[in-house]
Design a protein around this ligand. Sequence first.
Ligand SMILES: NC(=O)c1ccc[n+]([C@@H]2O[C@H](COP(=O)([O-])OP(=O)(O)OC[C@H]3O[C@@H](n4cnc5c(N)ncnc54)[C@H](O)[C@@H]3O)[C@@H](O)[C@H]2O)c1
Length: 338
Amino acid sequence: MAERIFGIGIIGAGRISGAHARAAGEAGSTRLVMASEVDDKRAHEFEAKWHVPVVSDYLEVLNNPEVDIVSLTLPHWLHEPIGIAAAQAGKHIFVEKPMADSIDECDRMIAAARANGVKLFTGHTEQFLAPNVKARQMIASGEVGLPVLATDCWYKAFGVAARPPWFLDRSKGGGMWLMNGAHMIDRLTYLMGDRVVSVKAMVQTRFHAIQADDTALAYLEFANGTGATIAHTGYKDHAGAGVDQPGGEIVITCTEAQLKIVDRNRLFRSVPGDRGGAWEEVVVDRVDTTTAELRALVSNIVNNEPETVSVEQARHIVDVMTACEMSSQTGREVRIND
Ligand SMILES: NC(=O)c1ccc[n+]([C@@H]2O[C@H](COP(=O)([O-])OP(=O)(O)OC[C@H]3O[C@@H](n4cnc5c(N)ncnc54)[C@H](O)[C@@H]3O)[C@@H](O)[C@H]2O)c1
C-alpha cells in the first residue's frame, strides 16, 4: 500500500515559519500545501521562497481538505483561538511552544483536540536536540548517577528594535520569559526526568520601557527533592551591554559526574583531570529539530498513540512559567499541583 502523505498548512509566516516549511519538505511523509499570513510583505516572501499559495484568511487553510496538519507559528496569544478552530476543523495541530499563555487556555485547547480526535503536539524543541537527548540517556541509564541539581543560564540581547509589537506586550504573550523560559523549563524537566512542584522567582522588566519582561531568575524544586535554577536576560542592545549566548549553558550535577550543555549544540561530561576534573566533549550528531518533531507527530497520528511531547508536559511548562510570574508578583513561593 502506498505511504500516506500528510498535507501541511502553516498559519503565521513569521520568523520560525521557514523551519516548519523546510520540515514539511524533509520529514518524508509530508508536503507543504499552503500557508496563511496577514502581513502582505511576509506573505509574498514566503510564497516566493516556498512556492505554495499564501492566503490572508487562515480559515482557508482550515477548510482545505488537502491539509491534514496545521503548523501554528503564531504570536502566543493566537495559539488558543486558532488552535481550537483547527481542532474543530478536524486538523491535527503542531503548535509552536509554549502551548498557550495560561493553563486555562491550555485546558481549552486540550479539550478541543480530544473532543475532535486530533493530535495536539507542542513544538518543544529542547526534547529533540541531540545533546539533550544524549544527556537524558546518560542520566536515565544511571551512567552519571542520580541528578542532584542543575543550573541553566542564558544571556542574550533583547533585540527590541527587531521584535514584533506582540512580543513587547505580555497580554499578547510577549516577553523573554514565555519565549525562552519555556525552553529552559522544558529542558530542565526533560533532563532531570521530573516535574516541578514548587517555584520561587523574579520575572521583571529591568532594561526596557515595555509591558513585558526582560529578566528572570527562578528556583525550581522537583518532586524528588532535587532543584534547579534559571537565570535569563534580554539585556539592552548596545555594544558592551552583554555577551550573547545562542542557547545558554546548563550544568547538571549528578552523584557520579557533571554534564554541561553549551549553546544547544555541544555536550560535555566531567572526567578525571589534573586538579580534580576536566570537561571532555561527548560528540553528538546535529539534528533538524523541527523535522524530528514533525516526524514524531506523523508517527503519533499513524500509530494512534499519545503525542511524543505529551499535552500534560506542555501544559506543565505553562503552569511552571505562570507560577514563576505569580511568585514574582507576590514575593512568595508558589506550589504547583498539576
Ligand atoms: N522552537 C524555537 O526555537 C522557536 C524559535 C522562535 C519562535 N518560536 C515560536 O514560534 C511562534 C512564532 O514566533 P515567531 O518568532 O515566528 O513570531 P513572528 O511574530 O515572527 O511570526 C508570527 C507571524 O504570524 C502572523 N500572524 C498574526 N496573526 C495572524 C493570523 N490571524 N493569520 C495568519 N498569520 C498571522 C504575523 O503577521 C507574523 O508574521 C511562537 O510560539 C514562538 O515562541 C519557536
